[in-house]
Design a binder for this molecule. Structure first.
Ligand code: ADP
Ligand code: MG
Length: 487
């Protein structure tokens, strides 16, 4: 119960349930052949059906159904042999049909769970209620003209998977972690690109507070949050808002709210009293979706390795720590990049060393220069080469960092850089001995102190030897020679 919040009147528990809308990766829309690809000129990807012309009939896109089945297996859920499309009726300018085709009573997927990773290194299982298929609406833009709104129907009819969690998430951290993990799974599966900036993944957060041991409180729903960071901020704001009301004896009204990132606050959009009656009914234009075993089995047999399984394999196969493995598997592209390098470097401890280099040096440079793993300024075999140079003692780990920086700037191969810049490690004992003698002669006072028992001085003297050799001395050899000469 480490998540409880201390108020003036006692302890409160935060309860959160998330509804994630994930756009299905598919060339065509859910019920029409129009392109579902993002970024086209407005209203260029719209069929008569998408525009709500009378008499048009929907034709179910089988690929989108397969994507939902695949996702169902990816979240450890039950894929239902029969599911049914319903009409959810409401009026809005960006909904030309006058209804959204969705699945209310018989969704294609039920149950399932996602194991999320918490900051304390533990994991937590969040159960999933359901996943259903539905159409997206068009996109309205209200800020391009002083008195007119514009509507782009390219998105109208694009397939969405709505994934609904149980109210089992208990903090903003857990909520963010849930979305990250779900997004990672979807991207591994190839069923949603997870691009939150383009709106391919949007989150509705239901939040309430209650005192442990009492029934759940009334929830507010924050609609359409489109970044993980905003989700965290919106939840934090909402918790504080509700806590303030409840502690002062007020009641929470069930309502829909919007998060305003520029002010970092949520605002009421509509209360539940204004909620519409959607008059759901089975869509008479569409037959029930009946799945045969062979189709389901084919999909099950072709499931890719998912992040949790990959993490376990990385820990076993490459002796990585849980933390390192977690970081590397979060994005499939990073995991693939890592494995590609590991497969080409031989030597003791190579896998661990490569993991360190990726997680520390490469990620830092990526963040600094806003790069992703597939547009790095160097080729994967260059990082392999750099690690090879460290393992075979051509350069020290310290020099390797300089080489890496140069490699990042120039795109040149590390071996070539080491050659050009004369950075080869000095392991020649006679050269190092000469440097050690110099240092001992020049630092008589410190040598005296060391011999009198002041152990810390040793580090200083090693540093001096390194300085003489411009950081290129083999540290192991330099240590040994210095120790011998002093002792
Ligand atoms: P609706 O369709 O009206 O939004 P649902 O019953 O489908 O309602 O619930 C939507 C989401 O709200 C689910 O993720 C569920 O876990 C969550 N939820 C339900 N009750 C609460 C509550 N009291 N506090 C927080 N979340 C809740
Ligand atoms: Mg809802």
């Amino acid at each position: 119960m480490e998540n409880l919040i201390k108020g003036q009147t006692g302890l409160w528990e935060v309860v959160i349930g998330l509804e994630v809308h994930a756009q299905v990766s598919s060339k065509a829309k859910l019920f029409s052949g129009a392109s579902a690809v993002f970024g086209a000129e407005p209203n260029t990807q719209v069929t008569y059906l998408d525009a709500g012309m009378p008499g048009m009939l929907p034709v179910l896109n089988k690929f989108c159904v397969d994507q939902a089945i695949k996702t169902g297996f990816g979240i450890n859920a039950t894929v239902n042999r029969v599911s049914i499309f319903d009409r959810k009726n409401y009026f809005y300018a960006d909904l030309p049909l006058g209804y959204q085709i969705s699945q209310l009573y018989y969704p294609i997927v039920t149950g399932g769970y996602v194991d999320i990773d918490l900051e304390n290194g533990k994991s937590k299982r969040v159960n999933i209620t359901r996943l259903h298929l539905e159409q997206d609406a068009g996109k309205s833009t209200h800020d391009l003209h002083p008195s007119l709104s514009y509507i782009d129907f390219n998105r109208a009819g694009v397939a969405l998977m709505e994934i609904v969690s149980e109210p089992e998430i208990n903090s903003s951290q857990e909520a963010m972690s849930y979305v990250k993990k779900l997004r990672s799974i979807l991207r591994y599966l190839g069923t949603c690109d997870g691009n939150m900036e383009q709106g391919s993944l949007r989150v509705d957060a239901n939040i309430s507070l209650h005192k442990p041991g009492t029934p759940f409180g009334t929830r507010a729903e924050i609609k359409n949050v489109n970044s993980v960071r905003f989700l965290g901020q919106a939840i934090e704001y909402e918790i504080a808002r509700q806590l303030e009301i409840l502690e002062n004896g007020g009641v929470i009204v069930q309502e829909t709210r919007l998060f305003d990132p520029s002010r970092c606050e949520t605002r009421s959009l509509r209360s539940k009293e204004d909620a519409m009656d959607y008059r759901y009914f089975h869509d008479p234009d569409l037959r029930p979706v009946v799945l045969d075993e062979a189709r389901i089995e084919t999909i099950r047999a072709n499931m890719p390795e998912l992040p949790d399984a990959k993490r376990e394999r990385f820990i076993k196969e490459f002796a990585l720590s849980e933390y390192d493995a977690n970081v590397l598997v979060a994005e499939k592209e990073v995991a693939d990049f890592y494995e590609q390098i590991v497969s080409s470097v031989k030597g003791q401890g190579a896998a661990k060393l490569i993991a360190n280099w990726l997680i520390v040096e490469v990620f830092a440079a990526m963040n600094r220069d806003h790069k992703t793993i597939d547009n790095l300024p160097f080729a994967p075999n260059h990082l392999a080469e750099l690690v090879d140079l460290i393992i075979d003692d051509t350069i020290s780990g310290k020099i390797a960092k300089d080489v890496f920086a140069k490699m990042w700037e120039s795109g040149k191969a590390p071996a070539q850089l080491v050659e050009e810049l004369g950075l080869k490690q000095v392991s020649d004992t006679s050269v190092i001995e000469k440097a050690v003698d110099e240092v001992i002669a020049a630092n008589a006072a410190q040598v005296e102190q060391y011999r009198a028992g002041k152990q810390q001085i040793f580090g200083f003297l090693v540093g001096q030897v390194m300085k003489v050799l411009q950081g290129k001395a083999n540290p192991g050899v330099a240590n040994q020679i210095l120790k011998d000469k002093l002792g």
